[in-house]
Design a protein around this ligand. Sequence first.
Ligand code: AMP
Ligand code: MG
Length: 496
Amino acid sequence: MAVFDSSPLQSSYRQIGEQFYTDQLPTPVGKPALIRVNPALAEQLNLSLSELQSPEALQVFAGNSVPPTSTPIATVYAAHQFGGWNPQLGDGRAILLGEVIGKDQQRYDIQLKGAGQTPYSRRGDGRSALGPVLREYIVSEAMAALGVPTTRALAAVTTGDRVVRESYLPGAILTRVASSHIRIGTFQFFSAQGDVDSVKTLADYVIERHYKAAVEASDEDSYSALLTCVMQAQARLIARWMAIGFIHGVMNTDNMLVCGETVDYGPCAFMDAYNPNKVFSSIDSHGRYAYAKQAEIGHWNISWLAQALLPLMDASQEVAIKKAEKILNAFSPVFTQTYQQLLAEKMGFASAGAEVNQLSVDLLQLMAAEATDFTLTFRGLSDYLAPEAERYFLNKLVSLPETFQAWVARWQAELARQNVAPQTAHQLMLKTNPSYIPRNHIIAAAIEQATGEEDFSLFHQMVDVLAKPFEYSEENASFAIAPKPEEEVLHTFCGT
Ligand code: AMP
Ligand code: MG
């Protein structure tokens, strides 16, 4: 049984021009073994689960064989990395097998991450260690279940080969799915060379693939409309990250997809204790990508897409710049509006407003002052509105210091003033405040078990629990509890 038989791979990106990629086969590995396939995602992608679970599929996920309909490529891009310009990057360890059309009639990339060297590998080995593959699988699938636009994990395999990092580590490959892997940095690569024709080809492709209806409905010229779409997608995405305490950690322009999905789960992390200045990434020494800086950086990144699109937006540079400025100026309002709305819902209000916004500002200030757990504080507050028998969090998994009492009274008074029934507010809070997030210390433990003892049980358990992050059952309490001080993970590392 061949994989992708019932759903042949397409290669629309390859067809837009050979300047966008290099043909590149995956490099075979020694002794592949399946870690996990994702049945729910397979179904969404119209892929046959029995094909994906076949021995032939394992060889494909490992890069040892290529489906007959695939013409694998590595794509080229550039980037600002930590603010510094890098004119030539590309898929250094990722190979795009092709695209499939999902149940929703949308096109999805199927990519192998860790499948060997490409012309863009620079000094890298083109491989992934097992740890980062498990981390990306856990966190990206959790993000999807939390309702955040994200790349997905279709499968993970071990390679049977060792990769050399600080020590020898087992190698692994992730089969990653994205609405597309086109980055802001892809536009920058051509823009920096003054290749406006290629920028136009790419922009037209992105409009057709991601934003056709919105661009057609817009009063703006197509490329201003495209910039508006990507700006809005990024601003809303970052608001969603912040509403669940997520820190991306490496918001370089090559890690920002124009489709608006979260990509590159390298040094990312969810905060435990709330601290707006929180940084996890060991290489982010200046806190460039700190939690509360993410919107500002998103805006900066989008300005580079604007720069690339300028020549297409108007023949007059002056007019084009005016148009771009107007769009970029809308980033902050779109972000703020989305963020305030999400926070309002986390407190049980259907919509934001001056009083509700003040409540969220004051709550976050209290949380910062008392360093309470971000996730458990919000979920704990919902207990005030829950029937006695359903109060699982407050004074069990989280206790809110005395200083919260005045705030709680104000919050409840505002709910009453707005005539929000406690039950209604409670239901909304249960849908907007997860019980479970991918906690760093548990990810670390799952990786350690898998790497050290070849025991994947904690990894599987974590993926299963995080598939339903808003539900709660006491038997899975260990996945909800905040780390003890000695368990806390202080730094995360890039997945290289
Ligand atoms: P990242 O920081 O993960 O976004 O990666 C930045 C660039 O380095 C991308 O172009 C990657 O393809 C490349 N890269 C990362 N790790 C490796 C590796 N092990 N081998 C080759 N290229 C890599
Ligand atoms: Mg990257």
